[in-house]
Ligand binder design. Structure first.
Ligand code: SF4
Length: 256
């Protein structure tokens, strides 16, 4: 039931408004005889995909906004994650928070980890920091959060007490982050805060010194900026201006 719930939240999150397996059953005479989470994980109508390998792709989706490859690949990554117990965060989480937004977005935001609201809802950036991020995207950048961005974190389960994720947890979860990035292939990634920036660059980042600077992750342009929670904690004009300057640079690249 928990896998099913995770899967339904994931589909909703990807913009799906129906359970695609039902369409698959209507158009194919064969019911796939694979494990439930994988069977449920084919978000596409038409013939049932034969392969569940990490590099395989599935046929077109009914959702015209979403390109099939990114969507199906993200679904595969989510299925690979399953009811993950690869690190100790699995012991205290309520929900895995995989990510949300448009799998074909040109802009990918990566934060550090789910908080209490995110853990409860299974969705990233839905608490106070999430509202601030939405404000930055929609009021500051004049973009649509759901259509123009994809948002995830470096770890998919909530660190207890909102502490920073630890190195063993980041290491366990990072392969899935990398596969998410490869599925989406955005034009720009924005790392929100020190843990995300340090994880993506593979070194300790002094975010107050390095925010606003361009880097690269997996061949994709990477901008470093403050986490929205930091902005809320240190709500100064200087910090707000800094983030908007960083986002202006991102917009210039997105529009180039
Ligand atoms: S944080 Fe990542 S690796 Fe750890 S249990 Fe959650 S999904 Fe698995």
């Amino acid at each position: 039931m928990r896998q099913l719930k995770d899967y339904l939240v994931f589909l909703k999150d990807q913009g799906m408004d129906r359970v695609p397996l039902l369409e698959a059953l209507e158009t194919t005479p064969r019911v796939p005889t694979v494990a439930p989470v994988r069977a449920a994980a084919q978000p596409v109508p038409g013939p049932a995909p034969e392969s569940t390998s990490p590099t395989s792709t599935t046929p077109a989706t009914a959702n015209t906004m979403i390109q099939p490859d990114a969507m199906s690949r993200l679904t595969e990554v989510r299925n690979e994650l399953g009811e993950c117990t690869r690190c100790k965060l699995s012991e205290t989480r309520t929900n895995i928070v995989f990510g949300s937004g448009n799998p074909n977005a040109k802009l990918l935001f990566i934060g550090e980890g789910p908080g209490a609201d995110e853990d409860a809802q299974g969705l990233p950036f839905v608490g106070r920091a999430g509202k601030k991020l939405t404000e930055i995207i929609e009021k500051g950048m004049k973009l649509d959060r759901e259509k123009d961005t994809y948002i995830c974190n470096i770890v998919k389960c909530r660190p207890p007490g909102n502490r920073d994720p630890e190195i063993d947890e980041i290491t366990a979860c990072k392969p899935f982050l990398i596969e998410q990035v490869r599925a989406i292939r955005p034009k720009v990634i924005v790392a929100l805060g020190k843990p995300a920036a340090s994880t993506l660059l593979g070194r300790s980042v002094a975010i107050t010194k390095e925010r606003g600077s361009w880097h690269e992750f997996d061949g994709i342009k990477l901008m470093l900026t403050f986490h929205p929670a930091y902005l809320l904690r240190f709500y100064t004009l200087e910090n707000r201006k800094a983030v908007m300057e960083d986002m202006q640079k991102v917009l210039e690249v997105l529009n180039s």
